[in-house]
Design a protein around this ligand. Structure first.
Ligand code: MN
Length: 139
């Protein structure tokens, strides 16, 4: 099992490869706001644990294990953003809140949150009821 920090790296590497086609150490450092030497260290660990293959001058590619996990981590992040948006969390809090909770929920909880998101998407009138309730609570 990857640690929370490893999950952050795998998630960002997956996103970078998906959007740019490649993930350089400098891009990962920028995305995660860390020093490039920390990235190199972590990338070596991820290579050792077979999440990716890293060659100093040729860059890195995710293994099938790394891709599979990366995809799930990106899905989890996006699902939690959708969830917080549905329950009415202010837009400016959503990204940071997801970064704070995403590593600490079981996949069981993620799946049940997925059901709830689907439930609200399929029943927009319930979403309206929730908004009315929230407006009443704010008064
Ligand atoms: Mn994330």
């Amino acid at each position: 099992m990857p640690t929370p920090s490893m999950e952050d790296y795998i998630e960002q590497i997956y996103l970078l490869i998906e959007t740019k086609g490649y993930a350089r150490v400098s891009d990962i450092a920028e995305a995660l706001q860390v020093h490039p030497s920390s990235v190199t260290k972590m990338v070596q660990k991820l290579d050792k644990d077979e999440y990716l293959n890293y060659e100093k001058y040729r860059g890195l590619i995710l293994t099938s294990k790394g891709k599979k996990i990366g995809k799930r981590l990106v899905y989890r992040h996006e699902l939690l953003e959708q969830f917080l948006e549905i329950i009415g969390v202010n837009k400016e809090n959503i990204y940071e809140d997801v970064e704070g909770i995403e590593h600490h929920l079981s996949w069981n909880s993620i799946d049940r949150i997925g059901d709830l998101v689907q439930y609200f998407e399929e029943n927009p009138s319930r979403m309206e009821e929730l908004k009315v309730l929230q407006l009443n609570n704010e008064q």
